[in-house]
Write a protein of this length. Structure first.
Length: 318
């Protein structure tokens, strides 16, 4: 007389059942991990470019979910992943990182292309990532090559900004020999007035990552006003250079993908995410806007072009 499946399991005991679990995961109908998942906030170069480099460096296939900036789509993806939990998530952009950290607690998260992750609550024991801010000394050393006559550097910052990168940048500018003039504003609407106070006190304006200061309307205003005043506008992203900024030193996105893969590989190999510290980008790209250089009357000769990774033309909405 055959023994029922229930009685056979009872005879195995707890240790025997645990030994069977890896095999059970392979049976049809049993939920299995989704492997490594990539969540992309939207279809932007900064979000799409690192994916191929990440997958190649990781050495294993990944599943890519494009959220397309749509909340309903993001929630559907989250529900799917809750039922089929991944081993690890690589999130690109603040929306994707927030979704992963809130909807998939306990799943290791590596983020990239997120300015000030803590501001979005993207932090904790399971979270690490590749930052967006390059060392300010590196940025300023490149800026000095293209604007050597600048002595007085202006910075506008929201007074509630707690990102340590802001203070680090101000100190780096002083170490580099600049007279730094900082204007702190209490709200986004005060940025234009803040620049009006700075205009006659500075030779260049450095726009730092600050979501209160850098709104589309504020950036257009700062771009136009600095051009009129013949003041170089140093920015922090290639999108802002394409929109009319003078130049930036920005992360190379393939490099970001490779760095994220290194972090992910360490976690997948057994290192806890809590002990894998976030890293700064290690591969910079220098972009210069040729239209803005010409409008400012600054030289851009062949020797200087050796230090430029990409010369762009403005995508200006006058």
């Amino acid at each position: 007389m055959s023994t029922s499946p229930v009685r056979r399991l009872a005879r195995l005991g707890a240790s025997g059942i645990l030994a069977l679990l890896p095999g059970l995961a392979l049976l049809p109908g049993v939920a299995h991990a989704a492997g490594v998942v990539v969540l992309s906030s939207d279809r932007l170069p900064a979000y799409e470019a690192p994916v191929a480099a990440f997958e190649a460096a990781l050495g294993r296939p990944v599943q890519v979910y494009q959220l397309e900036g749509d909340r309903k789509r993001a929630l559907r993806v989250a529900a799917q992943l809750q039922d089929d939990r991944p081993e690890l998530v690589f999130a690109l952009g603040a929306k994707a990182a927030w979704l992963a950290s809130t909807e998939l607690p306990g799943v290791p998260l590596v983020h990239a292309a997120v300015l000030d992750p803590a501001r979005y609550g993207v932090e904790g024991a399971f979270v690490t990532g590749v930052g967006m801010e390059l060392p300010p000394d590196l940025v300023l050393s490149q800026f000095q090559l293209f604007a050597p006559e600048v002595r007085r550097l202006g910075i506008i910052v929201w007074q509630g900004n707690k990102n340590p990168h802001i203070d680090q940048s101000i100190e780096a500018a002083r170490r580099a020999g600049y007279e730094v003039v900082v204007r702190r504003v209490s709200r986004s609407q005060d940025v234009r007035r803040g620049f009006a106070h700075l205009r006659r006190q500075i030779d260049a304006l450095w726009v730092l990552p600050d979501p209160v200061v850098v709104t589309p309307q504020n950036f257009r205003s700062l771009r136009d006003e600095t051009l009129r005043a013949r003041i170089p506008l140093l920015v922090y992203s290639e999108q802002l250079v394409r929109a009319g900024g003078f130049m930036c030193v920005a992360p190379d996105w393939d490099g970001v993908g490779r760095q994220a893969a290194d972090l992910a590989g360490r976690i997948l190999a057994g290192t806890t995410a809590a002990s894998v510290r976030p890293v700064a980008p290690d591969t910079p790209r220098v972009l210069v806007n040729a239209d803005t250089v010409e409008a400012l009357g600054l030289p851009l000769d062949e020797v200087m072009l050796d230090f430029v990774d990409e010369v762009v033309r403005a995508e200006v909405d006058r």
